[in-house]
Design a protein around this ligand. Structure first.
Ligand code: DGL
Length: 280
């Protein structure tokens, strides 16, 4: 392959989320891959995904992935647990073979599970996530593929995403809901030694989560896990790495109002963002 062909075929890595939560994953990518180009797409107009049916999450996620492909992306990371749990498998197995076998879509559930099964000492694992992620049972099924005897308890925390999106992370309301939901989780199994924050918004609530989780419990946030997994993937797939353009840029797209996106992003990122509107 000559240099001209490489340049023609290259594109940014796409990072997709239903809204802002994926920015916690993007943040780690920007630290770990400073030379790569990224496109972030937040489907803010249709967020939240966590309360939607399988079918809607699949349709919305597929539309977003195809849009990113149109924009020159070869590799999309679904930086959203709900989309990873409810749409990834269908997209990988049903849609990609019809669209373009050289493109790839990866999610956040599998890397998190690979980490958790290495971290847990007693096989008692807790998951907190959106109602959609919890109902999909994806974490339980994936963990039990590695550890068939694992005891996995789940708790849906439907108030946590709105608390983060509305910048209420330091409020009494956040304190109340975080304590309540963690109490509900640990009342299912007091022996949990590893807790996965199975929603990309939840790292923003870490100070409160730490307050209500016993210190001997490992709390796994996904940003660094998913970023390490991407590094490993690109090493194992040099043909995909060659298709990733490397000019150190990051552009932001939202399906809602860009001014609103730029303002709300400041909760997640420590640099200013200038996003563009995208119609799906
Ligand atoms: N970002 C989504 C996740 O990780 C949560 C937000 C939503 O409900 O859309 O599951």
């Amino acid at each position: 392959m000559n240099t001209g062909e490489i340049a023609f075929n290259q594109g940014p890595i796409g990072v997709f989320d239903s809204g802002y939560g994926g920015l916690t994953i993007l943040n780690e990518f920007l630290k770990d891959f400073p030379e790569y180009d990224f496109i972030y797409l937040g489907d803010n107009a249709r967020t939240p995904y966590g309360t939607r049916s399988f079918d809607m999450v699949y349709q919305y996620t597929l539309q977003s992935v195809l849009k990113l492909f149109e924009m020159g992306v070869h590799l999309v990371i679904l930086a959203c647990n709900t989309a990873s749990a409810k749409a990834l498998r269908s997209i990988q197995q049903r849609d990609l073979p019809n669209y373009d076998l050289s493109r790839r879509v990866l999610g956040v559930v599998r890397p998190s599970v690979e980490k958790v099964v290495n971290v847990t000492k007693n096989g008692h694992v807790g998951i907190v996530g959106t109602s959609g992620t919890v109902q999909s049972l994806s974490y339980i099924l994936e963990i039990q593929k590695f550890l068939p005897k694992a005891v996995v308890s789940q708790q849906a925390c439907p108030m946590w995403v709105p608390l983060v999106e509305n910048n209420e992370i330091n409020s009494d309301g956040a304190d109340f809901f975080v304590k309540r939901d963690l109490d509900l989780l640990f009342s299912q199994d007091e022996m949990i030694d590893t807790l996965i924050l199975g929603c990309t918004h939840y790292p923003l609530l870490l100070p409160l989560i730490n307050k209500y989780v016993r210190p001997n419990v490992n709390i796994l946030s996904q940003g660094s896990i998913v970023s390490a997994s991407l590094k490993d993937y690109l090493k194992r797939h040099p043909e995909m790495d060659r298709k990733c353009s490397k000019n150190g840029t990051c552009s932001f797209f939202t399906t809602e109002n860009p001014d609103k996106f730029d303002e709300a992003s400041s909760v997640f990122l420590d640099f200013p963002v200038k996003s563009e509107r995208l119609f799906l």
